[in-house]
Structure formats: C-alpha cells, structure tokens
Design a protein around this ligand. Structure first.
Ligand code: MLT
Length: 267
C-alpha cells in the first residue's frame, strides 16, 4: 500500500493495486481512509483501490465549511477528475454511504457500481438532528475527542471489543486524527442531508449492501430497507460485526467485495 500526502489541493489518500478498474472507498464518521487498510491489503487482480481522507479527517486539511453530503460528493468528483478517472465503483461506509448516494444523485455517470455498508437512505429525525448540533457544539467546546469517546461504545460489537480489542485500539487511533472543523462540519452536514430514499429507485447499477449483524447505528432492518429499494441489490450480513464491518469483519467483508467485483467483470 502506498501513502500519499496533500498535493497543495485535494485530499490525502491511500491506494493499492494497479489494475484498470477503480474502487473509490469513502469512510464513515469520524474516521479516515485508514479504516480501509484491510481492503487495500487485499486488492483483487485487475483492480486499483483508492481511499481518500475526507476534508478535516485523517491527513486532509479541513474545508472550513459545513460538510454537506453534496460538498463531499463534489470533493470526490474532483478527486476522480484530478486522476483522470471517469467511473468508479463507489464503496461507502455509513456517512460514506450518504456521500455515495449524494454522488449518485448529482453525477450517476461517475458510478459504475455501489457498495453501501452500514448506512441508510433516510434523513435524520428531528431528535437526531438536534443531537447532531449538540455534538457539533461539544466538538467545538471540548474537542473532537469528546465526540469520538461518546460514539465509541456504539461503534463496535461486543464480540469485537472482547475478542479483538486491537480493533478498538486502531479505531480510536484513527478517530484521534479527526479535526474539530471536520467533526463539527460533518455533523452539521449530516444533520442537513436530504432523504435519499427517493433516489433509490433510480439506481440502475449493480449494488451490494453490507451490514454488521450487531450494528446498532445502522441496524439490519435499515439495510434490508435500503437493499429492498434498489433493484437487484444484494444484501450481505457480516456475522459478529457491529457498525465498522470493514475492520471488524474484514475477512467476510473482503470476500463479499471480491465476489461482487468479480461479477462486474462482464458489466
Ligand atoms: C458514521 O459511521 O459515519 C456515522 O455513524 C454516521 C451517522 O452518524 O449517521
């Protein structure tokens, strides 16, 4: 895996593989592209995997703005443009899924196929929105770490926390790289996001929906609803995993992803 620094503009990113077909990985909140390390370590032949850090997360500088899902989608479009990449399979986890759906709404021609992990199509409820603004205020008054600590108990399954404590250690280290601007901006952006349920029926590319068996933040029924709204979508449940399936159930996640990508060869 190669690491790349900022190029004056744009986002820091990781990449692996030198094939002609691209998967663009979009991380969740408040993570970074590092959540995809296990995927970048297992790139199938013929593929190139790219995992940027969204602005204000990991090594990418903050934008100093509310990070609406549309702004993040446009950042990804620029990221593809900067590399001369036309279409990609877009794989988003949780907030990354919200961004993938925004990119579909804005520029479906850039998406060859979708992988939507531990995410949902719906907008926030009024209570959920209020809680986001409270957390954004918490980030600004007490630091990004305060938000991360509040979220941690809900992110990983009990199996992961007790059987693989190293996953929690790695995730905590990833969350430590988030900036206050990134955390507060993304919370406000997620609060403002549109309901994407209406776009599900327009999705006409192959779609894989993944969910952790014990995800409490975007639970199995929401994944079923998401997959049910997209013609031909396949749903895979990752046993024993919570919300961060790409890390908690990396082997099963990679197997599902590899099978999905293999099926795209003819598309
Ligand atoms: C994420 O993992 O990206 C967040 O849980 C998304 C959210 O808070 O809705």
């Amino acid at each position: 895996m190669q690491m790349h620094g900022p190029l004056g503009v744009g986002m820091r990113w990781r990449e692996a593989g030198n094939g002609g077909s691209v998967v663009l990985f979009v991380h969740g909140f408040p993570f970074s592209g590092a959540i995809w390390n296990e995927q970048l370590a297992n790139v199938p032949a013929g593929w190139r995997f790219l995992a940027p850090d969204l602005p204000g997360f990991g090594g990418s500088a903050p934008l100093g703005a509310t990070l609406t899902m549309d702004i993040l989608a446009r950042e990804l479009e620029c990221f593809l443009d900067e590399r001369g990449l036309g279409r990609a399979v877009v794989c988003g986890l949780s907030m990354g899924g919200y961004v993938a759906l925004a990119l579909w709404r804005l520029h479906p021609e850039r998406i060859r196929a979708l992988v939507l992990a531990d995410t949902r199509a719906g907008a926030d409820t009024p209570d959920g929105r209020r809680a986001r603004y409270e957390r954004a205020a918490l980030a600004r008054s007490a630091g990004a770490g305060a938000v991360a600590e509040a979220m941690l108990p809900q992110l990983l399954s009990r199996e992961t926390r007790e059987g693989h404590p190293e996953v929690e250690t790695r995730l905590r280290a990833i969350m430590d790289t988030a900036s206050v601007e990134g955390v507060a901006g993304a919370l406000e952006g997620m609060a403002e996001r549109a309901d994407s349920t209406v776009v599900l029926g327009t999705i006409d590319v192959p779609t894989l929906v993944i969910v952790g068996e014990h995800d409490v933040l975007a639970p199995v029924p929401e994944a079923e609803e998401l997959a049910g709204g997209i013609a031909g979508a396949r749903l895979v449940t990752i046993p024993g995993a919570g919300h961060v399936t790409c890390m908690e159930g990396a082997t099963a996640f990679n197997a599902a992803l590899a099978a999905f990508l293999a099926g795209l060869a003819a598309v």
